[in-house]
Design a protein around this ligand. Structure first.
Ligand code: UGA
Length: 434
């Protein structure tokens, strides 16, 4: 099927490449000429495991093209809209500028029978507002939220755990077209939920709100553990055995970041206020506050570990990305911890396997070091803030001891074996662990 994908960021570029890989003819459209040039050469403009291979294959096959020219959308049967919906500069609400601009630019190229499938995360009610404008062209608007995780984006797109399509009653045929688009996943028996526009929009924000709440729940338990001498990692293991609770997303540490969870819970709060139901999701404010407090806690542990004074002390910060397998630094708790330590006068050296260029662009005041070992060399303290394998699994206390005489580690992700570090002579400080 001929498809267009409008917006070629983390979501759109992966979607375009994934759709080409399952046999569709796809044009990706973006306003950023540099990004389009890179994608056209089969190069991923950001780090995402598996994406470069898919891009190269797609481009080489001739089924995957990229352009800045919106008229290239003409002739596609389904137009996916995957542009960003960042947090507004001066508030919590989502900024819909890019969604509106994408729809405005697309409208002249739509033909009767086309389907516009919104994938961007939007405040509930957005699709209902856009649908009549799309309908005027004879096309149909559906909402098809995306649940991919950065780092696993290709896999999540080709083999999602569910597909959700929201539509306006009377346009059920649009769901059949999307079943055809996602044929391999549908054939595997992937749950395919057809619902109304509002439910589809809400499914997405509810899922992210739940995940954020789960993380902040365990981080709240970490705060209690800290004043009682309990160990939140054992607590998480123990409650996680209850299948109704589940162990995943109970990783206590410096909390969640990225381009989705933080802004999505804020936009949800803002939208609920507009709808007169602010109190229904008032807890999301606390989820946000708990999350941000954990960054303070990590900084405090470094200060404590260094005897109350970090001025001029060298602190090796392991990680800049908001999570491993990503070079994304949007709202990264890892970088935030680094920036705060720098603000206290520490000589902060940040290392990360993939995110240094992005980090340096936004925080040029920090010192960056590509080599993990050079970052650690002669450090007074080491802080683990992004649990890349080369830090969490592959850095042994013995090796760290050979690089520095500093003996303080702060484990912002509870990723290390506390006993092993202590046995090697280190002062180990975890999050919500004695
Ligand atoms: C999240 C959702 O997981 C996806 O389903 C969703 O599609 C995506 O947002 C989106 O809206 O586009 P992502 O932002 O890629 O995906 O990252 P997650 O894997 O959810 O991690 C988010 C943050 O939570 C990271 O900073 C991670 O370090 C943190 N986290 C995760 C914890 O602090 N503890 C945990 O136990 C798990």
């Amino acid at each position: 099927m001929r498809l267009s994908v409008i917006g070629c960021g983390y979501l759109g570029a992966v979607h375009a490449a994934a759709m080409a890989s399952i046999g569709h003819e796809v044009v990706g459209i973006d306003v950023d000429a540099d990004k389009v040039a890179a994608l056209s050469r089969g190069e991923a403009p950001f780090f995402e495991p598996g994406l470069p291979e898919f891009l190269r294959e797609g481009v080489a096959s001739g089924r995957l093209t990229f352009t800045t020219d919106m008229s290239a959308a003409a002739g596609a049967k389904v137009h996916f809209v995957g542009v960003g919906t960042p947090q507004q500069r001066d508030g919590y609400a989502a900024d819909l500028t890019y969604v509106n601009a994408a729809i405005d630019a697309l409208l002249p190229h739509l033909r009767p029978g086309d389907i516009v499938a919104g994938k961007s995360t939007v405040p509930v009610g957005t699709a209902a507002g856009l649908a009549p404008r799309v309908a005027e062209t004879g096309a149909t608007l559906v909402w098809n939220p995306e649940f991919l995780r950065e780092g696993f984006a290709v896999k999540d797109t080709i083999d999602p755990d569910r597909l959700v399509v929201g539509l306006t009653p009377g346009h059920e045929e649009a769901a059949d077209v999307l079943r055809e688009v996602y044929a391999p996943a549908v054939a595997k028996g992937t749950p395919f939920i057809v619902t109304d526009l509002a439910t589809a929009e809400l499914v997405k924000v509810a899922a992210n709100a739940f995940l954020a709440t789960k993380i902040s729940f365990i981080n709240a338990m970490a705060e209690i553990a800290e004043v009682t001498g309990a160990d939140v990692t054992q607590l998480a293991d123990a409650i996680g055995h209850d299948v109704r609770i589940g162990r995943r997303f109970l990783g206590a540490g410096i909390g969640f970041g990225g381009g989705c969870l933080p802004k999505d819970i804020r936009a949800f709060s803002a939208r609920a206020e507009e709808l007169g139901r602010g109190e229904s999701v008032a807890f999301l404010r606390q989820v946000d506050e708990i999350n941000l407090r954990r960054r303070d806690r990590a900084v405090l542990l470094v200060v404590e570990g260094l005897g109350g004074q970090v001025f001029e002390k060298k602190v090796a910060v392991l990680g800049a990305a908001f999570k491993p397998y990503s070079d994304d630094i949007r709202d990264s708790p890892a970088l935030d911890v680094a920036v705060r330590l720098h603000g206290l006068g520490a000589r902060v050296v940040v290392t990360d396997p993939e995110a240094l260029a992005n980090a340096a662009r936004v925080h040029p005041q920090l010192t960056y070091e590509a080599s993990r070992d050079e970052a650690i060399r002669d450090a007074d303290a080491i802080v683990l803030v992004t649990e890349w394998d080369e830090y969490r699994r592959e850095l042994s206390p013995e090796h760290a001891s050979s690089l520095t005489s500093g003996r303080v580690v702060v484990d912002g992700r509870n990723g290390w074996d506390a006993a092993a570090w202590r046995a090697a002579g280190w002062r180990y400080l975890g999050m919500g662990r004695p």
